[in-house]
Design a binder for this molecule. Sequence first.
Ligand SMILES: [Zn+2]
Length: 485
Amino acid sequence: MALLSCPTRHPSIYHLIFFSVYLLFASILPILDGLVLGGDGLYREILRDETVLRLKELRKISGGEGYLERTFSSPASIRASDVIISWMKDAGLTTRIDQMGNIHGQFEPANSTKEALLIGSHMDTVIDAGMYDGSLGIICAISALKVLKMPGKPQVIAFSDEEGVRFQTTFLGSAAVAGTLPESILQVSDKRGTTVQDVLKLNSFEATAAALGQVRYRPQAGVCGDSWYCSPMGMVALAHDGYPLGVVKGIAGQTRLKVIVDGSQGHAGTVPMKLRRDPMVAAAELVLTLERLCKEPNKFLSYREECGCFTEESLAGLVCTVGELLTWPSASNVIPGQVNFTVDIRAMDDKVRETIVVSFSRLVLQKCDDRLVDCAVEHKHAAAATPCDAELTAELERAAGSTLSMMTPTAPASYRAGAGETPVLMSGAGHDAMAMARLTKVGMLFVRCRGGVSHSPEESVMDDDVWAAGLALVNFIDYNATAES
Ligand SMILES: [Zn+2]
């Protein structure tokens, strides 16, 4: 691997934190043992057995026949809300449902400190979903608070919409809580022509711009300061068996392009190879060029030629995808006249992503010149990366590391290799945390799932990993909620 250095423009603090975490852990472990964890300190009945049972129960609440589907404000989603509220009450939490259908749970007396710790995930699903995505984060958070019984900063939040399946727009729930959801959203329609306003009214919400404005999270009256949010559960394939948990350092930024390649349409049997201006082969070359660029960026980007700021860490997590390719007229006996394709580029480092976009665009023009075809690159979408809060990330990492160390004596052998170590990862997929980052500091915990498969009934998380996730949250909340505000 090439070494590229530019220590100042894109400093990476995550690895520094990675090492300091364990010094901290060594000093707080006795406190966790003595004050909070009690007994064996592992709370298997609540954090593992009951949590897994509830995941299976929530799995059964579906709008689909024989598959899992709970879209925003659907009858199934309302039934799921009732069940989630009952679990929050069982944990001793006072609940309320806001005007976008998000469920909030907290202990009484209400938070009197200047900070809140919101922990949650989303209760909506994709169509033909797995039972863990979203639900795992909500139920683990409820279970953790049930164990801790700790009034004050911690609160659970179950977001009504993250997937955006019904209205083709993501983060309805969390963006409303963050105060960034535009009023115009009320008029957006689903496939049947039903608007967001219609479905909210159907479920007895006010569905007005003013009501939407009230959803924005505000700390207690007269209290100012930061609120903290932690969206605890995403799922990801963690490469080694020894790592049931991962901590997220940030959510990747994204660029979407459309590349249009124009050539000369012609008869597949009559135009000689030397005379062809074939946009299909040009497009094929461009797809491979993109792959090379993102697989081995160091070969294409260097200090002198580009910006001089690419460390190995800044390049890690760079992913590029061509997901859609259309040809015209798309017939087996015709050399196409036009081919266009989509490009999705994601990276944690915005400068890396922007440089890849510039480099790819330049290569497109070069290669199209060589092949005598005309090319254009259209910019469709760009979103900056969302870094997680460094302090929260460090605390989650500490909590995950200490959890695995605690579980080692009783847990399966696969835990031993990872005890005391927690991978710090970038999330390539979007999450509620992206929306909430507009309001407050965010942190995220990932749980290992089989093969990294999500958004599928094949989603699979080991029961012991569910337990580890719940225990990590207990450790994390306990440390945060008792720390000085
Ligand atoms: Zn999802």
